[in-house]
Design a protein around this ligand. Sequence first.
Ligand code: SAH
Ligand code: F3S
Length: 482
Amino acid sequence: MEKIIDEQKQGEQLILEGKKENTRKLYIESYGCQMNFSDSEIVASILSEQGYNTTNLLEEADLVLVNTCSIRDKAEQTVRKRLEKYNAVKKINPNMKIGVLGCMAERLKSKFLEEEKMIDLVVGPDAYKDLPNLLEEVDEGRNAVNVILSKDETYGDISPVRLNSNGVTAFVSITRGCDNMCTFCVVPFTRGRERSRDPKSIVDEIAQLWDNGFKEVTLLGQNVDSYLWYGGGLKKDFEKASEIQKATAVDFAQLLDLCATKFPNMRFRFSTSNPQDMTMDVIETMAQHHNICNYIHLPVQSGSNRILQEMNRQHTREEYFELIDNIKKLIPDCGISQDMIAGFPTETDEDHQDTLSLMEYVKYDFGFMFAYSERPGTLAGRKMIDDVSEEVKKRRLNEIIQLQQKHSLYRTQQHVGKIEEVLIEKSSKKSEAHWSGRNSQNTVVVFPKEQYKPGDFVNVKITNCTSATLIGEAVGHSKMHI
Ligand code: SAH
Ligand code: F3S
């Protein structure tokens, strides 16, 4: 098991009611990060205008789309396995078309068509608006490929169809792409340059969610803290912007403030924060608004300064500690989670010990931990030898996971005896008699249902815990939110 907490069920297919007049059936599956799940909602929205409603039955689909992840080799292998399954179904239903979306499409491009003969369509993350044209080509019997990356596409004008939704929490994309070029990471190659979305379209999307009864929004980006809107375009071109554009620019702290102020009863989260881009302004804004959750996903990847440098992470271990101290000073009960990579090229046991000691300092609430997986095309893939053996990677990863489990339990235990505000999302997976929701720190809380319902903000007295879940009893509706 690589992850302690699985944030989403991978490969979950998406279901929506759809338009009555639509006659064709789309089966869409998503793998990887939240951005992929969010993108699939954009794709479903574009295709609902083209006569497609989604189905959860692969066998009856006219079009099968798989939104893919390239972040680690294992993620790609999972997709290859699914392609085998689609292929088997296509043999029975030869009219079925198969398309690959997302990061693997971008990474492999038309090579995909040679490797997997049954694929009809390859579409990269910035080309979804071209789907109607591409599907026309496919209908005419040709393969179609569009993997052009864009400098300004944000899909800001597309209102996503909320798929597989609990009706309570939703993701809203605010940036696309990433300019950070961490040496291990394929994302800058598959998702292109970083661009920010117009705050007006973000606010409009949140307003629509609020009108539809949603209660929590997670602002989404590969690197949300570097959000910057000055009228469109790349962040690096900001220097060339006019004085007026500069004066009216909106950064991430301002965007958070804008959202939290405009929607005082909506709860806000954001993900992901690269430590190098997180400013005091953001932490202060979080502290000022009760409806911005006290939780930061703050991946560090390694606790060794030498490895951080090799990874091209633009901060030291000491600077990271300073950031953690500042967060805890302003938001003492802030939940913090990590991503870690075990066995990056040249990592020694001493470097690994630095990672463990960093974890001891922070005592993260939870984390996502991975063995290093070399990705073709990245700087580490081209310039460094993947020289830590699989066995050593596994051992180090296990040590990191064990330590995280200890810290997770330590953190959940701190909640026992307290009364905490929880937003109810759904029935608990383990018991129909219990609700499941999350507190401000993003820890899952389960408690007997009583008279409450999904979407309610409830005060829950925490009575017990495991390392991943808090268990409690509701003591009434929360007054903070309506
Ligand atoms: N900023 C992004 C990070 C995307 S990748 C975000 O929004 O989450 C998510 C995590 O996958 C990274 O933080 C890193 O810990 C891990 N990861 C990325 N590339 C990897 C690789 N080549 N091998 C192992 N883990 C990797
Ligand atoms: Fe990847 Fe680093 Fe960006 S992990 S997504 S290059 S911040």
